[in-house]
Design a binder for this molecule. Sequence first.
Ligand code: SF4
Ligand code: SF4
Length: 158
Amino acid sequence: MYLERGYLEDDELPPKPSDERLRSKRPVAYIECPQPIPCSPCYESCRFDAIEMKNINDPPKMDYEKCTGCMACIRVCPGLAIFMLQIKDDKGYVTLQYEFLPWLEKGDEVRLFNRKGEEIGKGVVTWALKPERNDNTQLVTVEVEKDLIFEVRAVRKR
Ligand code: SF4
Ligand code: SF4
């Protein structure tokens, strides 16, 4: 069970965006927020009606076709539960929140970890938002093998 384990197994993940949406010009938000807790910054931040939350205790549900990839939700999620995903030129891109020192910079090589904390490969930072521009949490985009975009959920500098 998730609460004892602390991470989601594959069969507990939300539905995935279509391959077509993943390959479109803008990344798409993928929300892995399983707990019914009173939290709604993601829902309140979305100006495009892409996140459904009928009750503040409901886990958010995504409408991937409405998501513009604006990244407003990932900037405000206190649970580090939102990932922006994209496939471009057969490479995968995962944008995630990053809270470790030293901060990352574009071009940095990073180690990739899955939900269980297991190391699953290496990637390169392609974009890094300065922490002072996002409430002292960095947003970073990492280029990874495209088959890993639903696996990579944390990175560390090598
Ligand atoms: S990325 Fe933007 S459009 Fe997509 S769910 Fe988040 S806030 Fe809404
Ligand atoms: S802001 Fe983050 S933690 Fe809160 S409901 Fe949304 S996805 Fe879950």
